[in-house]
Design a protein around this ligand. Structure first.
Ligand code: ZN
Length: 245
């Protein structure tokens, strides 16, 4: 197992996923490859075989809710027995997702309703629906909920911490004032790393899992720790997730 985990990467979004994984291994980074529907998950698993350093995550993306049928949801729930990570799942009540609010909620509730899903690390999209998601996390027990690229109000952070949630940071977040403020507001033991690649950028190109070690400097400055202590902290946080990876 590699040192750092990219807990949210859209591996199939890159032109050459295998080259991305090779580079990640070189950089000592493991990849959680999120998917947007059960078909993508099945295909990814088949393509990757037993390759180490990458864990496919079973997902149903909220912005795809308009296209999901009851059969897709049934397929997701059936595949839970093979899954070791869940994601990308969640809600998006921003203008992009507002029209499918009800369909999104039905799907997310069905996923949360399954104890197998709740027992796995779950990387959650929460744009515009931060309050709804954090309130649900306060009511139910998700072993390892990870709020991915959190952009919601700072007033909800305390409730998210009470609910036991983690927050995953990507390179784009560490470059924004909002991301820096969030990082400053969180206890070190709730911080994880992600790229959300290839949908975020590092300079002019899409972020890649191999970029994660370069984020350690930001964390070291913010936490006033040595780079080695930052690695130790992030590893501790990763190990605490309920995972068989
Ligand atoms: Zn994503």
């Amino acid at each position: 197992m590699n040192t750092l985990w990219d807990t949210h990467c859209h591996l199939t979004g890159y032109r050459d996923p295998i080259a991305i994984l090779d580079e990640a291994t070189q950089a000592d980074v493991d990849v959680v490859a999120v998917t947007e529907d059960p078909g993508e998950y099945r295909l990814l698993r088949a393509r990757l075989g037993r390759r180490s350093g990458v864990t496919p995550a079973l997902g149903m993306h909220p912005l795809r809710a308009h296209s999901f049928t009851p059969a897709d949801l049934a397929r997701f729930l059936r595949m839970l027995s093979q899954a070791t990570w869940i994601g990308e799942v969640g809600l998006d009540f921003s203008p992009a997702g507002r029209a499918t609010r009800n369909a999104q909620t039905r799907i997310f509730e069905a996923i949360l309703g399954d104890p197998r899903a709740r027992s796995l690390p779950m990387t959650i999209h929460s744009r515009g629906a931060e309050k709804e998601i954090i309130n649900r996390l306060l009511q139910i027990d998700v072993s390892s909920a990870i709020l991915h690229w959190y952009t919601g109000p700072a007033t909800l952070i305390d409730n998210a911490l009470v609910a036991g949630a983690y927050f995953s940071f990507n390179p784009a977040m560490t470059a924004t004032a909002k991301g820096q403020t969030l990082l400053g507001a969180l206890p070190m033991d709730r911080v994880l790393l992600e790229t959300d690649g290839p949908f975020t950028r590092v300079g002019a190109r899409p972020a890649r899992p191999g970029d994660l070690p370069r984020m350690l400097g930001h964390l070291a400055a913010r936490w006033a720790l040595s780079p080695d202590d930052v690695i130790r902290q992030v590893r501790d946080n990763q190990q605490r997730l309920h995972t068989s990876v």
